[in-house]
Design a protein around this ligand. Structure first.
Ligand code: SAH
Length: 252
């Protein structure tokens, strides 16, 4: 059996109990060495075979899984954050389907959640934004037509950019061209939930300069939107006058 496990955003105690249990049992672990905290691997058995996927191709990764399965072993494919975002798990699952090998996915704390925690922010502030756009600026991997940052910026929603810390001049230009006012609050969150975590607050127009000043080139998320500012309304959910299925609202 193969388990795709989300390692969480960095701090080793952010992996789920289920993920930790599987790591402790595993005969083989293929981990994303570029971003997974190596401290997590200390949970593995001394005889567990460890493979760093940063140095492997898809074919090599699948071969390790196939061999593990042949031996009747338990193989963990350890992805950073949650495997469902920029984890390239679909192609691995397709290959396992083709080989007739069963697998399960164990979710994890994505870095966009870790980054919100670091910035002490809520993406969905009433009256400001009820939508979160998770995206990236086009780099060596292009984005499909219609999903350019400038097109998405038109929504003025809360936005999180993955894989974009090295392309901030371009990101900034597109965000401004798409309609975010220059003074829209933004933040760079470097290594969220790691000991070296850093939150740099800026505006859309100072994203690239702020990254340069702080030496941030990778392993960072870009947060953009008025949710990072002061404005916002209180929620209806906890308003004294609001009736829910659990609580009767009081007349003003
Ligand atoms: N599946 C992962 C994302 C993998 S893509 C997740 O759910 O978080 C890799 C990108 O994620 C990095 O380029 C960076 O933009 C972001 N990232 C991953 N871990 C991060 C962290 N701890 N802090 C900030 N950004 C992080």
């Amino acid at each position: 059996m193969i388990y795709f496990v989300g390692a969480g955003s960095g701090a080793p105690d952010l992996i789920t109990l289920r993920g930790d249990r599987l790591l402790r049992q595993a005969d083989c672990v293929v981990y994303a060495g570029s971003l997974v905290n190596p401290a997590l691997l200390e949970a593995c058995r001394p005889d567990c075979a460890l493979y760093d996927s940063a140095r492997m191709t898809l074919e090599e990764i699948v071969e390790v899984m196939v061999q593990a399965e042949k031996k009747g072993g338990l193989c963990v494919r350890l992805h950073t954050g949650d495997p469902c975002l920029y984890g390239a798990i679909r192609e691995q699952m397709d290959a396992l389907d083709a080989a007739g090998i069963a697998y399960e996915v164990v979710p994890g704390v994505s870095s966009f959640c870790g980054a919100a925690a670091a910035a002490k922010a809520e993406y969905t502030v009433p009256g400001v934004s009820q939508t979160v756009i998770l995206t990236r600026v086009a780099g060596r991997t292009p984005v499909p037509a219609g999903q350019e940052l400038s097109a998405l910026a038109a929504h003025q929603a809360s936005m999180v950019l993955f894989l974009s810390a090295g392309l901030l001049e371009k990101a900034q230009q597109e965000l401004l061209a798409g309609g975010y006012p220059a003074e829209t609050p933004a933040a760079l969150v470097y290594k969220a939930t790691w000991p070296e975590e850093k939150v740099v607050r800026c505006t859309v127009s100072t994203l690239a300069a702020s990254a340069r000043e702080n030496g941030i080139e990778k392993t960072a998320l870009v947060l953009v939107g008025r949710f990072l500012g002061e404005e916002g309304e209180r929620s209806l959910l906890y308003h004294p006058a609001f009736t829910t299925g659990f609580r009767k609202g009081q007349e003003p």
